[in-house]
Design a protein around this ligand. Structure first.
Ligand code: N2P
Length: 357
């Protein structure tokens, strides 16, 4: 009996020692969570110089990873393999993540720069008191086209993408809500529609677009469109603005039938280890000069009114990216349709993609 007790004691001491050693090694490698900040952001969605500047101003080392859809990001955060300190979901995903306990409250007293956010972007329905999320960028979904390659089509409607002249000449951004939403909008339905008959109708309509679809692509859509690899594309507004910086021939419109108005906000996942660092990062990104530099680099629309004042009139006065009230009235924000309906949208999108092959 004594021998067994002694054996357990030895095993206990060895295990305890190993845990202590691993912790010690992690700490000396800077992975204690004290001195690193793990950021999970959309691709091409921050000026890399600002990360370097944040690191040198705070002494915090940033570990940076990217995602290409809200769905992929939520799955990864839910799996919990990596403890992200910061992420930047869109509105419907924020609502979903809050409902699932995946994000934690943000302490506004640590964000003096929050005063620079235009009140129009605060208190929105997905987070009425901004308890869990702080505005980062916003924008629309629309069509970018190259007037020299579209055979005289003057883009006004989603249906223009279905024109015979555009055979194998259209790129689509790789997003379930965006593509299904376009199908629904083109039929006059809401992009939050949950009526199965309408969704099937949208899928059928999208399958008729197949001959025109050259590819469904991620961030490389910018390089491809600027390089004139297709005549038109379904894009997010900020990507359009960046493409147009590289190739001034192109133009961007939001179709008459309506489209999506989206908001991407910064959140702190529940599994975060460096909560103080996360607040420092949010406050840093809210600084007007930092936000202006980021807006210039990324091309998306800033919710920071003080940053907007620092930007060139050419950017801040461009109604294609800072739409007026009349256009905004035609736009709809994605709702959190609940886990079952959201995964149904994903399945429909997959079905559309399979149909192309
Ligand atoms: C940036 C993607 C922006 C996401 N590459 C729009 N919600």
């Amino acid at each position: 009996m004594k021998q067994i007790v002694r054996m357990f004691l030895v095993i206990f001491i060895v295990c305890f020692g190993l845990i202590y050693l691993v912790n010690y090694m992690n700490k000396s490698a800077g992975y204690s969570g004290d001195n690193t900040l793990t950021i999970y952001n959309w691709g091409d969605y921050i000026d890399p110089d600002l990360i370097t500047r944040f690191e040198s101003e705070t002494g915090i080392k940033v570990i940076y990873q990217t995602f290409d859809s809200n769905e992929a990001m939520m799955t990864k955060i839910k799996q919990g393999g990596t403890s992200y300190d910061i992420s930047i979901p869109s509105e419907y995903a924020i609502d979903k993540m809050r409902a699932e306990g995946l994000i934690q409250p943000i302490d506004h007293s640590k964000l003096p720069n929050l005063q620079y956010i235009d009140p129009r972007f605060l208190g929105l329905s997905f987070d009425p008191n901004n308890d869990y999320s702080i505005p980062y960028f916003w924008g629309t979904v629309g069509i970018i086209y190259n007037p020299n390659l579209v055979g005289g089509i003057t883009f006004e409607s989603w249906d223009d993408l279905w024109s015979e002249e555009l055979s194998n000449n259209v790129f689509l951004l790789d997003g379930a809500r965006e593509v299904i939403g376009m199908g629904l909008n083109s039929l006059g339905y809401s992009l939050n529609d949950t009526n199965e008959a309408h969704l099937q109708e949208a899928l059928k309509k999208l399958s008729q677009l197949t001959p025109n679809v050259k590819a469904i692509v991620g961030d490389e859509i910018k390089m491809l469109m600027a390089g004139e690899e297709a005549a038109a594309a379904l894009v997010w507004s900020g990507d359009a603005s960046e493409i147009m910086d590289d190739n001034e021939e192109l133009d961007y419109i939001v179709p008459n039938e309506g489209s999506n108005l989206w908001f991407d906000n910064i959140v702190i996942p529940s599994t975060a280890r460096n909560i103080d660092g996360a607040h420092q990062f949010i406050n840093f990104m809210l600084d007007p000069e930092v936000a202006a530099l980021n807006t210039e680099y990324v091309g998306y629309s800033t919710p920071n009114y003080a940053a907007l004042e620092l930007l060139d009139e050419e950017i801040s006065g461009d109604e294609r990216f800072y739409p007026d009230e009349e256009l905004t009235a035609r736009l709809e924000v994605y709702k959190n349709l609940g886990p079952r309906m959201l995964s149904h949208y994903n399945d429909l999108f997959l079905e559309f993609k399979m149909h192309r092959k």
